[in-house]
Ligand binder design. Sequence first.
Ligand code: CTP
Length: 408
Amino acid sequence: MQPHFRFAGFMGKRVHLGVTGSIAAYKALDLVRAYQEADLMVSATLTESCTKFVQGLSFEALGASPVYTSMFDGGPKADTAFGHLEPGQIADVMVVAPASANTMAKLAFGMADDMLSCQALAFSGPKIVAPAMNPRMWENPATQRNWQMLGDLGFIRIEPECGNVACGDTGKGRLAPSEEIFTATLKAISPQDLRGKKVLITLGPTRESWDAVRFWSNPSSGTMGACMAMAAYLRGADVTVVAGPTALQFPTGIRVISVNTAVEMFDACQEIWPAMDIGCATAAVADYRPVPFGAEKFKKADSGSKGMTVEFKSNPDILKTLGRQKRIDQKLIGFAAETGKLKEEAERKLTTKDLDLIAANDISQEGSGFGVGTNQMYVLDKQGRAETWPQLPKTEVAWRLWDHLLLD
Ligand code: CTP
């Protein structure tokens, strides 16, 4: 799981995981691990068919407790006589993944003939369903009707993916990636305090070509921006990311516009900024681009014995331009990567770029900056509130920055 999915801090929240009879049942074990990385407590119910593929012991060994495997024994560790009601009383979210066609039908029609379907019926919180089955079973009108009914009943539905399935067929029916199910789970239990807000986030490096094979860039991985995007998405925002070249993956609910150069990033932002409520610039934009040598590859012989000189031109300052265009109802967050004079530079950039909030870090400090999962921030807002935060995971920094922006 990439670092921007590693949101911890859901301490005290509990997820109840239902696992049904599918070859994809083993993937539910990945989910248990991911939930635990997020500090969630996990309990589970395996249907009888599930136990033909994966045993309860595997879930217990990974820390799920209790694990129910049948209707009447209450599961090996359950200490309640009312196991069919327990998730409804203590869990914050219920996730059925993978959900077989049979279990989907039971959930859609409100049947309650095994432990999982009973528990689902007695669960009034958010319920997520992520099916996995043979493509022909998925396409069957009965399954499609059940899928529709689950939507009408308020289930959060995560569609299966297309691809090769275990039986050798190709089509739609593969369980959605763990990251999708994990993200939907965190979203279901996050405060929705950014709901309805349209958020633009720039992230990653930009890449400025010089000849057919060489470019000018920087080592930004885009992780800080990805954490800002994920946190906003989890909290209900409608998120658009304008991303320079990175290896980052995003859940399908986040819109991604991929660009290469600073000018392309500038153009993409200009086009969407008027429709946005909040902008957040984390991208490490190249301030200058080389005047291109040409479309060909530069050959050593081209320079003769004189060496070579590369000329640079200024790139637009994306954030400063957004700041200049900012309406009264829009807010802007900036970042500053410095190697000294952190506070002075944060203050200068907050003012010159017309920001509401700036987060500055010293990239020369260990654990703060490019290529690491943590950051140590000095945070300053337009009202003059200044805070120095300890070194924190970038996910936590992102969460706190959104908290800070929502202060007033
Ligand atoms: N930024 C931007 N467009 C640029 C340069 C920077 O949008 N051409 C944004 C960054 O995404 C960041 C903020 O401006 O949010 C500050 O970037 P930084 O590189 O720290 O500062 P610069 O304005 O480039 O100034 P300097 O290089 O002199 O520190």
